[in-house]
Design a protein around this ligand. Structure first.
Ligand SMILES: Cc1cc2nc3c(=O)[nH]c(=O)nc-3n(C[C@H](O)[C@H](O)[C@H](O)COP(=O)(O)OP(=O)(O)OC[C@H]3O[C@@H](n4cnc5c(N)ncnc54)[C@H](O)[C@@H]3O)c2cc1C
Length: 397
């Protein structure tokens, strides 16, 4: 627990991982008094693989956090390799806008790095605190939240803005009244784990066969995160009963070479599974509240873009909150949706598994095209000011 003071805040952020800690950091850098709380422990893991796309790395560069990430034994990934059946398409990362590599930090590395940066910028952080309910004024405006402290006692915190950064099953979104205009049609299920000594080069390897997919993502400590992804019905009906056997079976179908490499490598962790959940876009603000990260916008993880978008939306929301007007929050929603919808649609196609190899290649071209406006938008923001300085900047509508 890290507390500088008690009292009321400009913003109370519920959830302190990629979305919440980044938002708290950016708000604090703009001079806001911010408290971020999370019910989980500092530095704990969460259910997520963690490949950052160019926009995510660009954000870490803009925020001055890339050198620290690299110092934490996070390998620089200089190639994205698509394996379409037997065909291999190897793409080098093009240096631009301060990004000459991608990174896939373990969440046990990335999330505390962001928390430390938020703390360094002046935000207060409390782990072990859970949201019980939002507190409203008589006119209905959200004016703070009731939390359970680590001993289970109720604590009320007053704040001008309560930010739900509490993930896919957001407690904050429900009572805040956030409605979802968009719900995805497709989702995927995934099983993943960590192996050292895989013998595959440091890259993002994305592998595809009709009906299934796999990946090997170079991460901290010389390990690779290896995953398989399938339609949820297959996970539910056959793989879930014996995950180790199911994982090996799907991997062998998608890539006998990767299956062989995994069999000869050292397994560093137990297998973890995601049964699938449909994506959504929710209205991200209302009277005294806002949503950021998965709480407001979730899409299937197969395109590995959730953290990147959480960083982007932390930037958009912090700018809107610093300005504090209805129009600024409306601009947050418009910009988020304009940048997200093409990614959402491209992800829908890939997550459907209704493709053959030639079709999924086209879907990847569409995904690549959908990523460009996001990267261009973030690059146009220029370098962020160092921690502690206050600044105001316009959000492009
Ligand atoms: C299987 C899987 C694989 C993925 N792979 C990738 C990938 O390779 N690349 C990528 O970019 N994205 C990936 N994602 C998506 C990524 O994990 C999310 O987009 C990202 O975690 C969103 O960050 P967040 O901060 O919004 O939410 P989270 O990381 O979920 O954090 C929410 C936090 O809120 C806290 N919280 C929840 N409820 C409360 C409460 N009531 N009170 C207090 N605290 C609360 C939780 O403890 C948690 O710490 C993957 C997701 C899954 C499921």
């Amino acid at each position: 627990m890290r507390i500088r003071s008690n009292g009321s805040y400009d913003a109370l952020v519920i959830g302190a991982r990629c979305a919440g800690a980044a938002t708290a950091m950016l708000m604090a850098r703009r001079g806001m008094r911010v408290l971020a709380v999370d019910r989980s422990a500092y530095g704990s893991d969460t259910l997520s693989t963690h490949a950052l796309m160019r926009g995510g790395v660009l954000q870490l560069h803009r925020w001055g956090l890339l050198p620290r990430l690299a110092a934490l034994d996070t390998p620089a990934v200089r190639n994205t390799v698509f394996h379409y059946g037997e065909e291999v398409v190897d793409i080098e990362i093009r240096p631009a806008d301060g990004v000459d590599a991608l990174y896939a930090p373990r969440r046990t590395v990335l999330d505390p790095l962001l928390v430390d940066a938020a703390w360094g910028a002046g935000a207060e952080i409390r782990h072990g605190y859970s949201l019980i309910e939002l507190v409203r004024r008589p006119d209905g405006r959200v004016a703070g939240a009731a939390l359970a402290d680590p001993e289970g006692r109720r604590v009320e915190i007053a704040a001008d803005l309560v930010v739900g950064a509490d993930g896919i099953a957001s407690t904050a979104a429900r009572p805040a009244g956030a409605r979802g205009p968009r719900v995805a049609r497709h989702t995927t299920a995934a099983i993943y784990g960590y192996w050292s000594g895989l013998g595959w080069r440091n890259a993002y390897h994305w592998l595809f066969r009709q009906g299934a997919s796999a990946g090997a993502i170079a991460t901290n400590g010389g390990a690779h995160c290896v995953f398989v992804a399938v339609p949820p019905a297959r996970f539910r009906d056959t793989l879930r009963q014996d995950m180790a056997a199911g994982f090996r079976q799907v991997l062998a179908e998608v890539s006998p070479a990767l299956a062989e490499a995994v069999a000869g490598a050292h397994q560093e962790s137990r297998l973890l599974a995601f049964a699938g959940r449909r994506g959504f876009l929710r209205r991200p603000f209302g009277s005294g509240w806002a949503l950021v990260g998965d709480a407001g916008y979730f899409k299937d993880p197969l395109t590995a873009h959730g953290i990147t978008d959480a960083f982007r939306d932390a930037e958009l929301l912090a700018a809107a909150a610093a300005e504090g007007t209805e129009e600024a929050f409306a601009a947050y929603e418009r910009t988020r949706d304009a940048l997200s919808l093409p990614l959402f649609e491209a992800t829908e196609e890939i997550a459907s598994f209704e493709w053959d190899i030639e079709t999924v290649k086209r879907h990847h071209l569409a995904l690549n095209k959908a990523m460009r406006p996001e990267v261009e938008y973030l690059a146009a923001l220029g370098l962020a000011p160092p921690a502690g300085t206050h600044f105001v900047e316009e959000i492009a509508a």
